[in-house]
Design a protein around this ligand. Structure first.
Ligand SMILES: Nc1ncnc2c1ncn2[C@@H]1O[C@H](COP(=O)(O)OP(=O)(O)OP(=O)(O)O)[C@@H](O)[C@H]1O
Ligand SMILES: [Mg+2]
Length: 609
């Protein structure tokens, strides 16, 4: 089910330490939360202690100490000449009120402040992960499907929140309660308390074994969520194909498989969880049984007042709930850790390589490709082999060749999305790797084979990203030159019309014209057009062609096309086949010199008008 996301075994300690690194900036809020939980667990213990105060006040046996609460009450409000019963009638309810209120406040502060920390950690993680995705090299996206990546941003990060908020809250609250109760029992009678320590190793063993299972199932649940997102995303996007080619059953089957796997793994996790809690509870009950047996031993009994014995047993009985909750929270912790493992592995994705240090404002646009050879990562054949050619400022070079001959790959290398295996590319006489990557990419305007639009206004789609500063007139001018203005004016809100996902609501040619307008607006020194006008009718194409040419004067243009009208105007045509340059020259020269070119022309791979 896994889609090749990196799987590593990382020790829990490393994970915890790294998670802690995200908590440290919120140390202040975190401390307040801990103080809150301290109050809460202290409240729990003191409420148990209050029973001693109450019971021992009944017997007038005030020679024996009445416990912690009674001690504090006497100190705050000395009883004077009141009888023990009269004193207790006021002091016990008052103490109960104060303690309950303190515990409630502690609960609120502890929980809410822990949530602040947890939600902030999630926010940071999510934004960091998105940042990594924005900086990741192209092959990161070749390896992982968008569906799985989205599920990491949504599901996995949220799982970490389980560990960071729910679990941390419970561990602190219940853990402190356990510590407080045990300390109190030790304080009352340490020997009797040892009974509980006898079962501790058994409980520990259950926790460790169960934890391992939890982790394994959590990883699988996580991967299956990726698969669910992937299949559903794909199916929703490919509505037309699905309906026409009858793919519903197949996709539904895939989805069911993914969802079923998720269900089964979740059930296994639930099974382990459902077994572990009663086992731990039984162990505790055994300990409690043993405790009663020992407690009722006359020699031990002698050391207790009735009140302190009841307080001891109340405390011991109170241990059950937090221990149960603590063991139950394991599944959430393990889910969180499994998710953290994956999120951290993603966060460690190296950014795009950028060793360039030379800044560049505006290049002249003199491009040289020198003996480039390249194969895609993992592929065993060359996508490009020993490719050399130049494009000068003001020149238009056309790339032609059969599908899969490597035309788009040249554009990919030019844009530094991949590194050539051998050979080099130079811009204005400097090897491109030497330029700062962001500066370098600013030198290119690209209309790629597949148009990408955003769910934003038409205006923002044209003036996208770094073009955001463009004036209204510049945008209008670019739209006009791209022959887009006629249809934009017919849209309900003109330039301010919002587009759907990837420009839904526009025709293929309209989408392409927006992409052309975006490229024209950029006015970069190098223009790359990869089948940029393939969806336009002949008339629009000619008009756009003229616009592109009128603007080009100093621009270096690399155009990939099948239409003769586009190619003919090029200063040079380069014929590629299986990644190699077979011939270059003008249309007439190639017709004479290259059999492949002549065949392609005859067969219509290069379409004349
Ligand atoms: N991301 C990728 N990973 C692996 N191989 C790839 C990748 N992209 C393209 N290829 C392979 O590289 C070769 C060249 O592909 P390229 O996209 O450059 O062809 P093209 O000439 O642009 O074809 P078309 O005219 O169909 O657009 C093809 O064999 C293709 O299968
Ligand atoms: Mg292509």
């Amino acid at each position: 089910m896994s889609n090749g996301s990196p799987k590593r075994e990382v020790s829990d300690l490393v994970l915890y330490r790294r998670l802690l690194g995200y908590v440290i900036p919120h140390a202040g809020v975190f401390s307040i939360s801990i103080i809150g939980f301290l109050f809460y667990s202290l409240g729990n213990v003191l409420l148990a202690d209050l029973t001693q105060f109450l019971l021992d006040s009944l017997g007038e046996a005030s020679t024996v100490s009445l416990g912690l609460v009674a001690g504090a009450a006497h100190w705050i409000w000395p009883p004077g000449d009141k009888s023990t019963l009269d004193y207790a009638r006021i002091a016990v309810p008052a103490a109960a009120l104060v303690l309950s209120f303190g515990r409630a406040m502690g609960y609120f502060v502890g929980n809410y402040f822990m949530n602040i920390v947890a939600r902030s950690v999630i926010h940071t993680l999510r934004v960091e992960l998105f940042g990594v995705m924005m900086r990741a090299p192209k092959n990161y996206y070749d390896q992982q499907s968008p569906g799985t990546l989205i599920s990491k941003l949504t599901f996995n990060v949220e799982q970490v929140s389980g560990a960071a908020s729910d679990a941390l809250k419970v561990i602190l609250r219940e853990g402190l309660t356990v510590i407080a109760l045990v300390s109190y029992m030790l304080y009352l009678n340490w020997k009797l308390s040892l009974v509980f320590f006898a079962v501790a190793p058994a409980i520990g063993l259950v926790v460790v074994v169960v934890g391992r299972h939890f982790r394994r199932y959590s990883r699988r649940i996580q991967d299956s969520m990726g698969a669910v997102t992937q299949v559903s995303g794909e199916s929703l996007r490919a509505f037309d194909v699905l309906r026409i080619f009858g793919g519903q059953a197949q996709q539904r089957n895939q989805f069911e498989q993914a969802s079923l796997f998720n269900r089964n793994q979740s059930l296994k996790l639930a099974l382990v969880e459902a077994v572990s809690t009663p086992v731990i509870q039984t162990l505790l009950a055994l300990a409690l049984g043993a405790l009663f047996w020992f407690a009722l031993d006359p020699t031990i009994l002698a050391g207790f007042s009735a009140g302190s014995l009841v307080a001891f047993i109340t405390a011991a009985a109170q241990l059950g709930k937090p221990v149960k909750t603590l063991s139950g929270i394991q599944s959430i912790v393990q889910r969180g850790l499994a998710a953290a493992e994956d999120v951290f592995a993603q966060l460690d994705t190296p950014a795009e390589i950028d060793r360039g240090t030379t800044p560049i404002d505006r290049a002249k646009g003199f491009l040289e490709l020198d003996s480039l050879s390249f194969s895609y990562p993992g592929a065993d054949t060359y996508a490009l082999r020993n490719v050399s050619f130049t494009v000068r400022p003001g020149e238009t070079v056309a790339l032609v060749g059969r599908s899969g001959s490597g035309k788009s790959t040249i554009a990919q290398l030019l844009l530094r999305f991949y590194q050539p295996d051998t050979g080099e590319i130079r811009l204005d006489d400097l090897i491109v790797d030497e330029y700062r990557l962001a500066d370098y990419r600013r030198q290119f305007s690209v209309v790629s084979q597949e148009v990408e639009l955003f769910s934003d206004t038409v205006r923002n789609n044209i003036a996208f990203g770094g073009l955001g500063e463009s004036s209204y007139d510049q945008i209008l001018e670019a739209a006009r030159r791209a022959h887009a203005i006629e249809f934009i004016e017919r849209l309900p809100d003109g330039l301010d019309t919002r587009l759907g996902d990837n420009g839904a609501g526009l025709s293929g040619g309209q989408r392409q014209r927006l992409a052309i307008a975006r490229a024209l607006l950029k006015q970069a020194p190098v223009l790359i057009l990869d089948e940029a006008t393939s969806a336009l009718d002949g008339e629009s194409e000619r008009a756009v062609q003229e616009a592109l040419e009128s603007g080009k004067n100093q621009q270096a243009t690399l155009v990939i096309a099948h239409r003769l009208s586009t190619i003919e105007r090029a200063d040079r045509i380069i014929l590629l086949d299986k990644g190699e340059i077979l011939a270059q020259g003008t249309h007439e020269q190639l017709l004479g010199s290259s059999a492949l070119y002549a065949t392609m022309y005859r067969q219509g791979s290069i379409e004349g008008d």
